[in-house]
Design a protein around this ligand. Structure first.
Ligand code: DOR
Length: 429
């Protein structure tokens, strides 16, 4: 079976090259990039679209094992495919926690059976994410975990954390860090500022993030381990990473679409649907995150796709869980807020969603050249659409972005040569 993706703008983000041409796929591989004529069994017209390496999202919550009512690997993988994402890295805050090799194996096995995209997993730094006892990191790495994180919270005990960084350095895997000091977060539900004051919430101060960013950078510097900082949201956090990079610390940073585009004002209209951890911040913070993406301080765009049930999110600002979904809006948010505004070139945006995150997590690099595995995303940069949560593939059919108009959308997704999503036909089973 030969498939041609015809006449698209083929993007090689590292080479900063874009050429209008065809990509020919045979079985699981790209066999030609160039004018291929009429040799194919299946022709997909990509005129006016970017043809990019498959997108890689290194920060998702698929909730399996433990919380299938929120998401399963099957539903999460379909949401990824519909968002143009061909590889994901799952977080370990499942039940049981991904803190033993058997759970890593369960996630990878289930993904192989049910996932239509490539699903990788993290493992936790501490058992049960309790922050008390370190996991068997070498055994977890051997089972296939790509990084270690207690995502959702920070490991507060510096003795345990130092040991974890030392193990990570020995294993050659990164520590991936959610940066919030629990003692400073206290009962806050949203950013500490005007909005929290207006709503009577104690608020989560920027210092909660900055303290842990600074601390973890010191651990990375001290041990030589690689450190990946998740969802950076504060101007101070961005600046700390900038300075650390300048003195050669092996640190990378991530921004989510919600943190580079919307502020805590959204909580005033969306309430707990916009409650997320770390919280939406101020316009000055959003501007700093964008500046971080622009100057390379922030290397990666990842969603922190965090599905919860509708009922849970209706419990009010204090009681509702943190988090909302992002896989199916990530490309639209990135193009609308970064590419079409001229803040980020299409090359930089695609690089931060493909090769760079893959490199950080040690995954195969998605590439568009003959012989490469055919993980491919086709993006229509000018497709205007409205976020309709009823059409989501994730189980969490709600979002604070519902009803938002976006420009730019993934319209075709291929994994290993298999056509798995089309904008017109939906998921192709
Ligand atoms: O808002 C969030 N939700 N942030 C996290 O870091 C964890 C996530 C979750 O698991 O729901």
């Amino acid at each position: 079976m030969k498939t041609v993706i015809a006449n698209g703008w083929v993007v090689e983000p590292e080479a900063q090259s874009v050429v209008q041409t065809d990509v020919l796929i045979e079985d699981d591989r790209i066999v030609a990039v160039g004018d291929v004529g009429a040799v194919a069994d299946c022709r997909i017209d990509a005129t006016g679209c970017y043809v990019t390496p498959g997108l890689v999202d290194i920060h998702v919550h698929f909730r399996d094992p433990g919380f299938p009512e929120k998401e399963t690997i099957a539903s999460g993988a379909r949401a990824a495919a519909a968002g143009g994402i061909t590889s994901v890295v799952c977080m370990p805050n499942t039940y049981p926690t991904v803190d033993e090799p058997g759970v890593v194996e369960y996630v990878l096995r289930t993904a192989a059976e049910q996932g239509i995209v490539r699903v990788h997993t993290t493992a936790s730094i501490t058992k049960g994410l309790k922050g008390k006892e370190i996991t068997e990191m070498p055994a977890l790495a051997k089972a296939g975990a790509v990084t270690f994180t207690d995502d959702g919270k920070s490991v507060m005990d510096p003795v345990i954390l130092l040991e974890a960084f030392k193990w990570a350095a020995r294993l050659g895997l990164p520590i991936t860090s959610h940066c919030e000091d629990h003692n400073l977060v206290r009962a806050g539900a949203i950013n500490r500022g005007e909005v929290s004051k207006a709503l009577g919430d104690v608020g989560i101060p920027s210092l909660a993030e900055e303290l842990v960013v600074a601390r973890d950078i010191l651990f990375a510097e001290h041990t030589g381990a690689r450190l990946h900082l998740q969802h950076v949201t504060t101007a101070g956090g961005v600046q700390l990473i900038r300075e650390a990079k300048a003195r050669g610390v092996r640190v990378t940073g991530e921004a989510t679409p919600h943190h580079f585009s919307v502020t805590d004002q959204l909580v005033l209209t969306q309430g707990a649907l916009a409650k997320v951890n770390p919280p939406l911040r101020t316009q000055a913070d959003v501007d700093a995150v964008v500046a971080g993406l622009q100057d390379g301080t922030l290397d990666v765009i990842a969603t922190d796709h965090a599905p919860h049930t509708w009922d849970e999110k209706q419990r009010g600002l204090q009681q509702a869980p943190f988090g909302f979904v992002g896989l199916e809006t990530s490309v639209g948010m990135t193009f609308t807020h970064l590419v079409h505004t001229g803040k980020l070139s299409v090359f930089d945006a695609i690089k931060k969603m493909t090769v760079v995150p893959a490199q950080i997590m040690g995954l195969p690099l998605p590439r568009l050249h003959p012989g490469a595995v055919a993980d491919i995303t086709v993006i229509n940069p000018n497709l205007e659409w409205e976020v309709d949560t009823a059409r989501f593939y994730t189980r969490a059919k709600h979002s604070p972005l519902a009803g938002t108009r976006l420009r730019g959308k993934a319209v075709q997704t291929f994994v290993g040569g298999r056509w798995i999503y089309s904008h017109e036909r939906g998921i192709l089973e």
